[in-house]
Design a protein around this ligand. Sequence first.
Ligand code: SF4
Ligand code: MSK
Length: 625
Amino acid sequence: MDKNEHAQKSIDPASLALIERAAQEGKELAWDRFKEQEPQCGFGLLGICCRNCNMGPCRIDPFGNGPDKGVCGADADTIVARNLLRTIAAGAAAHSDHGRDIVETLLHAATGEGADYSIKDEAKLMALAGELNVPTEGRSSNDIAADIAKKAIAEFGSEKGTFEFMARVPQPRKDIWASLNILPRGIDREVVEAMHRTHMGVDTDYVNLILQGLRTGLSDGWGGSMWATELSDVLFGTPKPHKGVSNLGVLKEDEVNIIVHGHEPTLSEMIVQAVREPEMIELARSKGAKGITVAGMCCTGNEILMRHDVPIAGNFLQQELAIVTGAVEAMVVDVQCIMPALTGLAECYHTKIISTSPKAKFPGAQHVPFSEEKALETAREIVRIAIENYPNRNKEKVFIPSEKMEFVAGFSVEAILSALGGSLNPLLDAIKAGTIKGIAAVVGCNNPKIQHDYGHITLAEELIKEDVLVVETGCAAIASAKAGLLLPEAAAKAGPGLRSICESLGIPPVLHMGSCVDISRILLVAAAAANALGVDISDLPLAGAAPEWMSEKAVSIGAYVVATGIFTVLGTVPPVLGSNNVAALLTQGANDVVGAAFAVEGDPKKAAALILEHMKGKRAKLGLP
Ligand code: SF4
Ligand code: MSK
């Protein structure tokens, strides 16, 4: 393969250098495996294969020359809608199970069983207690936190049949959900019901199936993910804007490098603490290293960079590239977005892949079980393994690209309000005046179907140029960090209106709001804006976009963002085109039902045009210039 072909894989120079390096060394990466999969299965791409019972597998002929029904009689509409609902259920389960782990950590911390954790944000704890009617008078923080954790745990089942955070949803939106019978009842319940309905011979009505998809998504966005965000803030601190450094150039040639990868902040918070202990630094020095660097990857990285001065090494498609540097002593993984390929690749280098969750084991990885009760002890054990591995590094194999970029991250809702002087009004006034045309959330993964980071960066740049404020989470935000869009100086790339606002507030035109579960923060900004203007969320000039999405979690996110009334553009095609009815419902019909719909557009410049057109329409309806 020539250099030009590699150049199509990423727009990030650090990644391109390592892709080239891997090719020279004969190492296989996700892009190579993607190529080997081509042409990908047409039935799978269209969503018209079914394995939901053992009379199958069945598939529908999309050209009308073969079967139009499965053995049981399920047609394309049913099969596509069932597959989509299962995808949403898997995504919602992943986010919400992450949320449950955070709730359990808070309960451990509050009841004294998790002595390594303590409540870092008392103010947020008290604010939540007030909102959730938890008594505070004369009570300790731990008792209050335990009550809040128990309230959260109750929402995973369906004891009450309603969510605490429904009180945060603007009334017109709640009325729509009630009229459609999609108010989420319990986080686990919606996932279980989704799996039940998609079992052979249960729900076959594609509209009814998609509505359950929206309800399952809502149980994630306004349930599991929101609990994850709120209680992570209580436990680890509510993020505030601060500087950091991004990209693979953050790895150090003369230090022990540890990468924390996955999604949950519980272990990584402890690793950050452990590497700063003098004994650990001393041990590293005794092995010939000058110190220890911890860098994040994917959303574990986002969680820690939001709260600490810890660098981020990269996003989803850079996880293998980090190993190709030959300079990583340990890649510590928890759950989600961890490529099974890592262990095989690591065998060619000295890198140890250390799995930590009982839910996510990887053949070939060293498993160090993590528990809240022994959190710091486990973190120290992992750091020691990494340090002991430093002498095994083959210095001749080390290749760390020089690219790194500073960024400012940490824009929680609280931080945004504080930057605005305590209320959303200055932002809303700017939107009303047309200084800012609207707000777009650009989120989601990388996918070898799209040039790495091209979708994220092109879309964000096109939008800020047109005075759209961009808020980001997940791998999209990491892409922007590497491209310099998270710096206040990036305001120079914005249109005159957005630039003036950014310059007066000293903020970047693209705001990093956290990890994938932190899209719940974006929902809260949308809800607060709607309430302040006395309208529904779907009336606002808002949009969502996932230019390079790949995970099932992204489908759940799409479901709850659209159900919340926000138009969403997807950059890769979801497997629904095998049913014209399902595709039409998602891209058009949903507008009449929830006031928002999906669009699919792989070209980020065209996606930006769609978003601007949408915002123009919403502004006109509100009578805004
Ligand atoms: Fe085939 Fe129906 Fe079974 Fe699916 S549920 S595998 S369509 S028989
Ligand atoms: S990590 S879900 S690849 S954003 Fe949240 Fe990135 Fe997507 Fe995983």
